[in-house]
Design a protein around this ligand. Sequence first.
Ligand code: ATP
Length: 247
Amino acid sequence: MSNTDFVLAVEDLTVSFDGFKAIDSLNLYVDRGELRVVIGPNGAGKTTLLDLICGKTKASAGSIKFKNQEMTRLPEHMIVRAGIGRKFQTPSIYENLSVFKNLEVSYPRGRGVFGALGFKCDEAVKAKVDEIADMIGLADRLELEAGLLSHGQKQWLEIGMLLMQDPELLMLDEPIAGMSARERELTAELLKRICRNRSVIVIEHDMEFVARIAHKVTVMHQGKILAEGAMDKVQSDPKVIDVYLGH
Ligand SMILES: Nc1ncnc2c1ncn2[C@@H]1O[C@H](COP(=O)(O)OP(=O)(O)OP(=O)(O)O)[C@@H](O)[C@H]1O
């Protein structure tokens, strides 16, 4: 494929586990500044797709281009460095460190030879922490121990930790699981702010939330794309109703 303006271009992507194709010749194109939601029944391959993009799982065949650079042969840390951030379902914050420290240690400079926790905070890092804390709504919680945050706030902190690395593509797996209605609302607002200057891929089952945030929806089924487009178009697609929404 020639160079494209897409931030992410996935082509003919396939991964087999013992002969079973969890992802089967899949094509996916994500624009800069786009918020894409991936939906589909259990086992459709949604999580596996994100695992492939972030390098956690290696493709059997096909191509994943991020800003026109091939990712499929890169190790995970190089993919992170290229600008792809991934949040898993279970939060991985440092519970006994403050919100400030959690953000500070996530600044890329902190991963040096002295270890993540050892480096000195300078003004640039502090400014970044303040900017991100503001974005995730935790500016007035900076000194609080992260373990004392609410479930929703912990999820936002983890998103903030990813944002400290300024990813151009952020991928989130079911970000509102276990959240209250108010936290869901705030998360929708947060995601809208985040995609102003980066692309976001979200896996989600809650259709009300999907409708609120998605620019475009991709429906997966059996490792392939069943439908793709605007939410209202996808929602009224008989194929989608048949395999997913009708259940
Ligand atoms: N490492 C693996 N080894 C073997 N099979 C796997 C592996 N990872 C995923 N699979 C299989 O691939 C299929 C797709 O799984 P995946 O978790 O990607 O689906 P999903 O759409 O994210 O589902 P859910 O909505 O339940 O999270 C499933 O049948 C799963 O059992």
